[in-house]
Write a protein that binds this ligand. Sequence first.
Ligand code: SF4
Length: 76
Amino acid sequence: MADASRKLPENVPGKWYVDDTCTPCHVCLDEAPMLLKYNDDQSYVFFFKQPSNPEEEDAAVRALDICPTGAIGNDG
Ligand code: SF4
């Protein structure tokens, strides 16, 4: 389960976040490329955009569900 106290600082403000347990394995990027991307050296991913419609909320949930390390969380 993601830990809000370990949010990566690059996450755009909002309820969805990636914490510092991201490996990164890439699989979440297949589910939510409109929300998540790599940092500059590709050592982790972060939310560059918060979901703003039901389709994007569903994509964020799929990314959370598929993350093998439980690095994706939401405060909502
Ligand atoms: S699925 Fe999880 S561990 Fe893999 S890149 Fe995404 S946030 Fe990181």
